[in-house]
Design a protein around this ligand. Structure first.
Ligand SMILES: Nc1ncnc2c1ncn2[C@@H]1O[C@H](COP(=O)(O)OP(=O)(O)OP(=O)(O)O)[C@@H](O)[C@H]1O
Length: 214
């Protein structure tokens, strides 16, 4: 369970919003929707411990019963995926994935794990490929798998589909939701496009943030 309690964010003395409350169950995707500049990315930055110092925050963040908003980013077990993929251009696909693997997985087990991940996403044999030679959809899948290899308990998606063309976007979206549900990951999806939300999923609109209860 990923939970925000009573979050107020301010820039200078001005509140960006007040008293945000939300709860996301394992395997659920909650969509956070709102106009440009309404503060969606700022919430995500706060959740991963990367709030710009121009903002101040009060409120608490809980992940599976542990209060995490005071913890360093790497101890929070919260992954994030941005609209621009951040694959390292000077590394192969396999090296990009290996970068996210926990250090406790060593030696041959690392190669096996990466081969298995690539096979799982329909990209068997791609470990040596240069990321620049991949299609948009292939890059998107590698980027998501890299975020998941770090074994997050929650995932934040910031406009993850907006750079994909229409057909690919539909396929990738369905694939992502199915994958996250199977992995039991609590997911917060930020978007300005209502069509990005999973069918039947809960949507929280930024305009209703004041004292909203989800
Ligand atoms: N570093 C900063 N310094 C000053 N103001 C900032 C800074 N970062 C963001 N802001 C402002 O804070 C507000 C919220 O920004 P934020 O990026 O969270 O909005 P958003 O809802 O994610 O927008 P978008 O959909 O365009 O990404 C905006 O008015 C923005 O201009």
């Amino acid at each position: 369970m990923l939970q925000i309690e009573n979050l107020t964010l301010r820039r200078a003395a001005q509140p960006l919003f007040e008293n945000l409350e939300l709860r996301i169950a394992p395997g659920e995707v909650l969509t956070l929707m709102g106009a440009s500049g309404s503060g969606k990315s700022t919430v995500l930055n706060w959740m991963i411990g990367a709030l710009d110092p121009v903002f101040s925050a009060s409120g608490s963040l809980w992940l599976n019963g542990q209060r995490v908003e005071g913890l360093p980013t790497e101890l929070r077990r919260i992954g994030i995926l941005f609209q621009d993929d951040l694959l390292f251009a000077n590394m192969s696909v396999g090296q990009n994935l290996a970068f996210a693997l926990p250090a406790t997985i060593r030696g041959a087990a690392r190669h096996e794990r990466i081969a298995q991940v690539l096979a799982d996403v329909g990209l068997a044999g791609f470990a040596e490929r240069d990321p620049a030679t991949l299609s948009g959809g292939q890059r998107a899948r590698i980027n998501l798998m890299r975020a998941l290899l770090a074994q997050p308990q929650a995932l934040l998606l910031d406009e993850p589909f907006s750079k994909l063309d229409v057909l690919l976007r539909e396929q990738f979206r369905a694939w992502v939701f199915e994958h996250l549900q199977r992995a039991g990951i609590a997911t917060l999806l930020v978007t300005h496009d209502p069509q990005d939300a999973p069918a039947g999923g809960r949507v929280l609109n930024v305009s209703s943030w004041q004292k909203s209860q989800l």
